[in-house]
Structures are given as structure tokens and as C-alpha cells.
Design a protein around this ligand. Structure first.
Ligand SMILES: [Ca+2]
Ligand SMILES: [Ca+2]
Length: 233
């Protein structure tokens, strides 16, 4: 029975998964070999890249500013969902899913303007970098994807004790390719892995908030249930 494990196990351990707290305005170390950044030539620029990147405000990390200005393709000074999706790629050069980009916007668009400014970008970039380290750590066989046992180990290290049944559901839902009859299961690529972990966190925390006496049981009405499910990325 999983209920026993569950009671003691669904509260996540502090710390290992990247947190959004306190990461804004930090100028994290980002290297030019960063695999989520696509070094593509800029198109249709009316400005010289020189003048844009040399215009880094005082006190701003020039490297991070140059990333920001490259992602901000139209040089509007802010990053849209579309610009962010253009810029963020997985290890296999596939673009992040729109759902993942929207999730990142939802976390880091702190002033709710619908776009990402430089300070918000600094937080977002650090968050993605931190998750990359987590991903590399748990991709034990260096396949570029997270397979079932790797997923199980990752979630367990974050403090989530999920039944084999739930782990299989997550593995199938977030797999980055359809399951084929032949060959090994497709595995979860970087951006979908981050989304899977955030979904587990979001749903677990929603349950915890309702499970005030920590019995492992809660009572939801339809509206509450639907709100919780729909708030997961
Ligand atoms: Ca822009
Ligand atoms: Ca792997």
C-alpha cells in the first residue's frame, strides 16, 4: 500500500530543486557554451548589435546583458513569449514547448506586464541554468533525456515519494516523443522534465495546503479540484 509511504513522503524536502525565491536580480554565472541558448544570427535588425550591447546599463553583467539583447530580437527592451521560445532550445536543438515558455513567463514576469524585462530575465536565466545542472546530474547515462529510473531518482531526491503507477504516468505524459512499439521508451527532454517537476510540485503543494491535518486525505469541491489541476503546467 502506498498510503503509508505517501503520508510521510509527499512533503518535499527543502532545497534541491531550483527555487524561484531570491533568484531575481541575481546575475548568475552563465557561460557561452550554455546549451539552452541558441547562437543564431539575428535577423532584420535595424540597429547595430554593437550599439545595443555596448549600451549595457551601469552595474549590469555585460555577458547577461548580451544574452538578453540577443533574445530581445526586435530590440524593444523586453522579451515576449515568442522571443523567449525562439531563444530557448534543448540539448537536441528542439525548441522548448510553448507550455514550458508560458510557465517560465508565469513565474518570472513578476510585474505581470506580459513580457520579461532585464531584471526578470536575470532570474529566469539563473533558474534555467540551475535546472540544467539538475538535469545533467540525473541524466545518468548521458542520453540527453530522463528515463523512468532517472525520473524516479530525481523526484525522490526532491522529497516526492510517488508510487510506480504515478511515476509511469508522469514518464508517459512528459515523454518528448510518442511511445513506439519497438525500441526503448522515448524519455523526457530538458524542458519537459522541468515542467514535469514543476507540475508535481504545484499539485503536491496544492494538496498539502488542503490537507491541513496531514492525514493524506482532502475534500475538494468541483471548482477547487479543477482549479488545482488546471494550475499545473
Ligand atoms: Ca522584444
Ligand atoms: Ca538518460
Amino acid at each position: 500500500m502506498y498510503s503509508q509511504n505517501y503520508n510521510s513522503g509527499y512533503a518535499p524536502a527543502p532545497g534541491y530543486a531550483p527555487s524561484t525565491h531570491g533568484s531575481l536580480h541575481s546575475h548568475g554565472s552563465v557561460h557561452s557554451t550554455h546549451s539552452t541558448y541558441s547562437h543564431r544570427p539575428r535577423h532584420s535588425s535595424n540597429y547595430s548589435s554593437q550599439s545595443y550591447s555596448s549600451g549595457a546599463p551601469a552595474g549590469v553583467d555585460p555577458t547577461l546583458w548580451s544574452y538578453f539583447s540577443n533574445v530581445d530580437r526586435d530590440h524593444s527592451g523586453t522579451i515576449t513569449v515568442q522571443e523567449l521560445q525562439q531563444a530557448l532550445v534543448n540539448g537536441d536543438w528542439s525548441h522548448f514547448d510553448l507550455d514550458t515558455v508560458k510557465m517560465l513567463m508565469g513565474i518570472f514576469d513578476v510585474d505581470r506586464s506580459g513580457t520579461i524585462n532585464y531584471n526578470e530575465f536575470a532570474g529566469l536565466w539563473k533558474y534555467v541554468s540551475d535546472w540544467q545542472n539538475v538535469f545533467r546530474h540525473f541524466d545518468r547515462d548521458r542520453s540527453g533525456t530522463i528515463e523512468g529510473h532517472e525520473l524516479s531518482e530525481a523526484l525522490q531526491s526532491f522529497g516526492y515519494k510517488l508510487s510506480p503507477h504515478l511515476l509511469r504516468m508522469i514518464e508517459q505524459k512528459y515523454a518528448s516523443a510518442p511511445t513506439s512499439t519497438y525500441g526503448p521508451p522515448p524519455g523526457i527532454n530538458f524542458d519537459r522534465f522541468v515542467r514535469a517537476c514543476v507540475a508535481v510540485k504545484t499539485l503536491t503543494e496544492a494538496f498539502q495546503r488542503a490537507d491541513v491535518n496531514r492525514s493524506g486525505w482532502v475534500q475538494f469541491n468541483y471548482e477547487q479540484f479543477m482549479s488545482i489541476v488546471l494550475s499545473a503546467p
